[in-house]
Design a protein around this ligand. Structure first.
Ligand code: MN
Length: 283
């Protein structure tokens, strides 16, 4: 199932190039009271939501996907977990290019571990990236994102994939410089998710997905998730060895070689096999 969040927080069932409005399915969610949960309510109740979506589908009105303002498919992730330098060729490019490494030690992911991006940086594809420091180099990074479906604490490799609710495309927008990654990558609008969530049952082999990112039509990044240094299952093992992953947490799996600068006026197109495509304006 492909689920999107669109326009004024409506829930959509994506079928081809059409979106069925199934917002009423959100009525199955429990009322939230203060203090709010530290997970995403929709993802935590995905099985019930899916059942409700299936019931509503036949009678739902539909509109063109192209006409929808797409928001992040997950509204309230508790964490955005991200993997640095998780593709071999990107590790080499980051170690060789002073504009990328800025005298930071770029070590292998096994040594540096994972980092977190602020959830306030999260947007959907239609909301657009706003460059905050135009005087500094700001880069695109396309990444496969796994959406955690169920609480995962110290999970084994064997159980890891069972904790995934679905997948989407992610952009990890990055200011280059000497500061910590969490600062440079947490700027408002610098975590783009979209176009929708594809539930895990529909993604045949997430460890073998081709993907591509273009800027103004020019190909910048083109790779396959089969080149990940630490694959999806092992990233979940790694992350959950340190903190409990919660429903709706977003796991950005890392970017391949070809990272490059963006500037106001650019248009980013990104696509991942089986997960659709996003078009993102930069201003
Ligand atoms: Mn990244």
């Amino acid at each position: 199932m492909k689920l999107c969040r669109f326009n004024d927080n409506r829930l959509g069932l994506v079928e081809g190039d059409r979106v069925k409005d199934v917002t009423a399915a959100l009525d199955v969610l429990p009322a939230a009271h203060y203090p709010l949960p530290t997970h995403d309510l929709l993802i935590a109740h995905l099985p019930e939501v899916r059942a409700a979506v299936e019931k509503l589908s036949a009678g739902a009105s539909s509109l063109a996907l192209a006409d929808c303002k797409l928001l992040s498919p997950v509204a309230n992730p508790g964490k955005i977990v991200a993997a640095p330098v998780n593709y071999k060729k990107h590790l080499i490019e980051a170690q060789t290019d002073p504009e990328l490494h800025h005298q930071n030690q770029i070590a292998e992911i096994q040594r540096v571990g994972l980092f977190l991006k602020a959830t306030s940086s999260l947007i959907g594809a239609s909301q657009g990236i706003v460059v905050r420091h135009p005087d500094r180099r700001t880069d695109h990074e396309i990444e496969l994102v796994a959406i955690i479906g169920t609480k995962a604490n110290k999970v084994s490799r064997e159980d890891a994939m069972k904790h995934i609710a679905g997948y989407c495309i992610g952009l990890d927008i990055t200011v280059r410089g000497p500061e910590e990654r969490s600062l440079r990558k947490s700027i408002d609008t610098y975590s783009v998710m979209g176009p929708y969530m594809v539930t895990a049952d529909e993604v045949k082999n997430p460890d073998n997905l081709a993907f591509e990112l273009t800027v103004n039509g020019e190909t910048r990044q083109k790779a396959n998730t089969n080149d990940l240094i630490i694959g999806i299952a092992d990233l979940i093992v790694f992350a959950s060895a340190y903190y409990t992953l919660m429903p709706g947490d977003l796991l950005m799996t890392g970017t391949p070689e070809g990272v490059g600068p963006i500037k106001p006026g650019d248009v980013i197109d990104a696509r991942i096999d089986q997960l659709g495509a996003i078009k993102v304006q930069v201003s």
